[in-house]
Design a protein around this ligand. Structure first.
Ligand code: AMP
Length: 192
């Protein structure tokens, strides 16, 4: 099962991805987490992307594409994966299509989490209090949501055309959202 989660920051992708990972035993691949880990470890990649994350900008496409290509080639991704945070731009989506084509795989399902910006903002401010992420400050949050609408939201159409897109209303209890996801995953599994 190859799952892709699209949606604005704060829409619950990470929370749901962890549940899918636990239930179906496929790895949650979150590019934001990978970049934050690189920063934490002080690697060359980490040094390079630190100021980008702190300002809420996007890391260059080529860098992200290389990172994901390498990650999808790891043995634990052989049985499937949950992609969260990638692709974020049209070149990234095209690169992902190509990568999957090359290895003879396709996305089983794409979930689009929908959440109004004011609710996303509230959730991110709360997360900032809990986790202290440096990019959850009000200005940076606004920048990230703007970039989502400008560059990432148009990808919804890309996946709608591929015919495997499911919309999810994110402003609901975690359990309810997960039940809906599970139902869709089971239908997708039955089809494949
Ligand atoms: P996230 O945790 O998904 O909100 O990602 C945190 C930050 O990592 C983003 O604001 C970007 O700076 C960077 N990032 C994560 N994924 C990508 C991506 N696919 N393309 C470009 N930048 C990314």
């Amino acid at each position: 099962m190859n799952v892709l989660l699209l949606g604005p920051q704060g829409s619950g992708k990470g929370t749901q991805a962890k549940r899918i990972e636990a239930e179906y035993g496929i790895p949650h691949i979150a590019t934001g987490d990978m970049l934050r880990a690189a920063i934490e470890e002080g690697t060359e990649l980490g040094e390079r992307v630190k100021p980008i994350l702190e300002s809420g900008q996007l890391v260059p496409d080529e860098l992200m594409i290389d990172l994901i290509r390498e990650r999808l080639g790891q043995p634990d991704a052989e049985r499937g994966f949950i992609l969260d945070g990638f692709p974020r731009t049209s070149p990234q989506a095209d690169a992902l299509d190509e990568m999957l084509d090359d290895i003879g795989r396709r996305l089983s399902i794409v979930f689009e989490f929908q959440l109004p910006d004011d609710i996303a903002r509230e959730r991110l401010v709360r997360r900032a209090e809990l986790e202290g992420r440096p990019d959850d400050t009000p200005d940076v949050i606004d920048r990230r949501l703007e970039l989502y609408h400008e560059l990432t939201e148009p990808l919804v159409e890309h996946y709608r055309l591929q015919g495997n897109l499911i919309g999810i209303h994110g402003d609901r209890p975690v359990k309810e959202v997960f039940a809906e996801i599970q139902q869709a995953l089971e239908q997708a599994a039955a089809r494949s």
